[in-house]
Design a protein around this ligand. Structure first.
Ligand code: NDP
Length: 400
């Protein structure tokens, strides 16, 4: 039926490519393109012959619009799946615009020299994408991604009006290392060491990093401590969910992770400001990334489950109501299936689903869109079909 160009070949892209190949009725052809083509070739050799999907690979610099355009014009995909890093979003969107090709990503644009992300620059492409007759699907991983789909689904089926949204991201997995991150360490640490924020009564309220801590008893994982973070779907949901009063995002962290992170921060290792080191400029956080375990290698040693979902309150038929919608994912099961841990799995599967819905014309709104603007129903069906079953609780404990 269609062709997808996957850019990047890390943990998330590896899962997405596996799932595209599994869904070969939609993905007749994929091209995996990244800066290190050997990684793409290694992934291709794992996937070749698993289904009728035809796989090719290419070398591309996602910072180079000319190279991107050349590759897109050569491969002629129906959609470009940006599974490289958030730094590349604008360059890849520009290449998609110039070639009139649909676009999808899993993380909000941020520039390398400032640890701040917001949708302004990506939303600025909306009119141009509309004029070109193409779709840009923003933030189609789990969170952002499924988190927004869960909210859209809740609004469509369970509420007349949503008042509060708490997005809860719990990783109850254990990889056995004292300190490692479950996705790209540089992006992960930038996110966690930045100031927190939440949306309340039309305003964004900023907090100190990790200032607000709560605990929650997660189904199938148990009680965990979680911290309020700034996260991109707060900005898009505030725009797209009419009348919502409060949106917060919480993520769980273990004690060992937090102790190591504090120590690394205290000694300057999480800084993104370049320093002189033996005659060269290096960025301490990029150096730290180089010495930490590659998240793509954590799969074989990670046990436990993730539980990510939304606790939502609002009104239905004049009565106040609470609702919890979530997915539980087992690290071991993911490894058995695709050779990755659950954090890459829970991001790569939704990326494949968003691309499939675009190729199938089930998600055909033009312009630059966040996932909650599309019909959530076919997405929820596909989550259940492709390994991320959805659970619902109609009388959950609210987050205090
Ligand atoms: P990885 O670091 O494992 O992979 C990134 C890939 O991008 C690598 O293959 C890397 O190449 C490639 N890359 C980096 N720079 C360039 C470049 N200039 N040109 C071409 N390719 C490049 O990251 P993850 O797979 O963990 O994460 C991928 C994305 O998913 C990130 O944007 C992350 O923020 C997002 N994410 C989203 C989540 C969600 O729920 N929405 C959750 C987790 C992650 P090389 O192999 O040579 O280094």
């Amino acid at each position: 039926m269609g062709k997808a160009l996957i850019i990047g070949c890390g943990g998330v892209a590896g899962v997405a490519a596996h799932k595209c190949v599994e869904n070969s009725g939609v993905f007749e052809e994929i091209c995996i393109a990244s800066r290190t083509v050997e990684k793409c070739d290694a992934l291709k050799s794992k996937l070749d012959g698993k289904s009728s999907s035809k796989i090719s690979t290419a070398k591309v610099d996602a910072n180079n619009v000319v190279e991107l355009i050349y590759l897109i014009e050569k491969f002629k995909p129906d959609i470009v799946m940006n599974l490289a890093l958030p730094y590349h979003d604008l360059k890849i969107m520009e290449a998609c615009l110039q070639t009139r090709t649909n676009y999808l990503d899993t993380a909000n644009y941020e520039s390398e020299d400032s640890a701040k992300f917001e949708y302004k620059q990506q939303w600025a492409y909306d009119e141009k994408f509309k004029k070109a007759g193409i779709t840009g699907i923003l933030g189609c991983g789990f969170d952002p991604g499924v988190s927004g789909i869960f909210v859209a689904y809740a609004l469509k089926h369970h509420f007349d009006k949503i008042t509060t949204i708490d997005i809860l991201d719990c990783n109850g997995g254990d990889h056995g290392y004292p300190f490692a991150t479950n996705f790209n360490p540089e992006i992960n640490i930038r996110e966690i060491t930045a100031k927190g924020s939440y949306f309340e009564n039309g305003k964004t309220i900023e907090t100190e990093p990790m200032e607000i801590k709560k605990s929650y008893d997660f189904p199938e994982v148990g009680k965990r401590e979680m911290y309020l973070l700034h996260h991109e779907e707060i900005e898009s949901l505030a725009k797209n969910i009419p009348g919502v009063k409060r949106i917060r995002f919480f993520m769980t962290f273990g004690k060992s992770y937090l102790t190591h992170l504090k120590c690394l921060e205290n000694v300057g290792m999480t800084s993104i400001k370049p320093i002189d080191f033996q005659g060269q400029k290096i960025v301490p956080l990029q150096f730290l990334k180089a010495v930490l375990p590659d998240p793509a290698t954590l799969g074989s040693r990670t046990v436990g489950k993730t539980n990510i979902g939304c606790v939502i309150s609002g009104v239905k038929d004049g009565r106040e109501k609470n609702y919890y919608i979530y997915n539980v994912c087992d690290h071991r099961e993911c490894f058995k299936e695709v050779g990755s841990q659950a954090v890459a799995y829970t991001t790569g599967v939704p990326a494949m689903i968003g691309a499939a819905l675009s190729i199938e014309n089930k998600w055909d709104l033009k312009g630059v869109r966040n996932v909650e603007e599309f019909n959530p129903d076919p997405f929820i069906d596909a989550l259940n079909k492709f390994g991320l079953p959805v659970s619902e609780d109609f009388s959950p404990v609210p987050v205090d």
